[in-house]
Write a protein that binds this ligand. Sequence first.
Ligand code: PLP
Length: 598
Amino acid sequence: MENYGIDIWGEDNFIIENGMVKLNHASKPALINIVKDIRAQDYKGPLLLRFPHLTQKQIEKLYNLYDNAIEDYHYNGKFHAVFPLKVNQLPNFLHPLIEAGEKYKYGLEAGSKAELFIAMTYNKNNAPITVNGFKDKEMIHLGFIAKKMGHNITLIIEGLNELETILEVKKETNLPCPNIGLRVRLFNQGGGVWAKSGGIDSKFGLSSTEILEAYEMLEKNNLKEQLTMIHFHIGSAMTSIKPLKKALKESGHIYAELKNLGAENLKAINIGGGLAIEYSQFKKSINYSMQEFANDVIFTLKNIALQKNVDEPDIYTESGRFIAANSTVLITPVLELFSAEYEEEHLRLKDNNPPLIEELNSLFNDINSKVALEYMHDSIDHLESLLKLFDLGYIDLEDRSNAEILTHMIIKKAISLLEVDDYDELKRIDNKIQEKYLLNFSIFQSLPDFWGIDQEFPVMPITHLNKKPTRSASLWDITCDSDGEVPFNPRKPLYLHDVNLDKEEYFLGFFLVGAYQDILGMKHNLFSHPTEINIVFENKKMKLEKICESQKIIDILDDIDYDTNEIMSILKEKVNEHDFKTLEQYLNDNNYLKTTWS
Ligand SMILES: *Cc1c(COP(=O)(O)O)cnc(C)c1O
């Protein structure tokens, strides 16, 4: 039985039982039952299920990793963490995160003015705020106001001009100055896909010369005490720990050098984010354990502090993907199997058929388990020949239709007859016999990283798991764009079940979609976010909270600046009252498809 690599990427968050994917928590509800509960309230289309307990689990894991390492190495510095808002700013995700992090003083990281407003408003007292990214005077002013509000805030400067702006704002406003951090431009580059974040020609950070200049500027302007943090971020989803170790050494020495120059209040190194999570369904791709990662951080910094005779620094992390990814599961209803139109009832056999069609017909009638593979190969060859004959004008459209239907019938029958040992052989011809599954969702909206950077996301059916999946599958979304497809990949093959959608429902789950996808998602064909639901548990009892329905069509049009009153009045003028009522009703519904099972 296929388990879709759940043991590789699943982190014990989900289990397969009685053919269903179940949440491995509290009353262990099956995902299909959660989906049915939601759909019973008339929310159709794709669903985003959020599980706040999984966010909480990751936060606890992160603090435990570092607590363990600090204890094991008798480390004197403290551990702090902030959540980088760019990874997921949505309120339904963020509010539970802030609540779960309160006991750890888990803070927030902001990279833009809008994110800083979220942090200033919702960050709990005493939890740190760090501010990264390019900053203008307004953003720096916001930082000063946040400080006055009582926040423990550090502005991490990316360039000397930002330091100059800090001096200006301080002079002009007389507000208390926030803590200052320096983002250092490291020589050692990260290894992940996003390695551009680090390295000598990186977009971000100060060179050695600039660090020295910054320090002198702070000293000259009596702001030396505000310098508290050194920061780096070498990239996202690091699959190897090596670049991190190098970056730690480099930044550790910069920290120690500055301390020895006289930066008395410098007390922290912020190692950015980059902890990877396992997305692969086939083979582990991360070559370090999370504990190893934390141990390396503590061990390296301890040694540098010892060597240079400075205090062991506090450690800040900004890991986002690690915290957010597994909190969210996307459920997509399957609308159609492409070959469903190739059913026997659609055959239009004639009294006199071309010989190859007759041949296909007898292959279908005579097929048995011994010859299944051979007949399947033959049928595919025949189909190719028949398509050529059609192009040359020797057979008609009815013959062509019969050829396609018969070949599909033979393939289906062959797959059902095959013995387990034949499966390897079958895999060799998967490409030719793949089934196309049409899913009620938009890849551009819900899996933008698949579209943009070929990021894999684990995908599996949430039911039928006690049956062997026999169809090699490619997945199609409902946008009118040929990029809206997850093609069949023979090196990472996806097999799904042969289902009859007139009789049964079939839903696929895409897992680990909680990091970055929500906000990167785009409204291609004007598909907006799916309906979102938080699934929470009180005394093991499940509750559906904060249901946020997929946007109404009228609101989507409003968002892109159409005058919706004008739309209404033009339509009202052009149709009768009865039709207008219908249009109104449709405009107030979301944009996803609504068929029987959708
Ligand atoms: C994006 C970003 C992060 C988060 O990175 P993850 O790979 O999601 O952990 C942390 N810090 C900074 C400065 C970032 O730009």
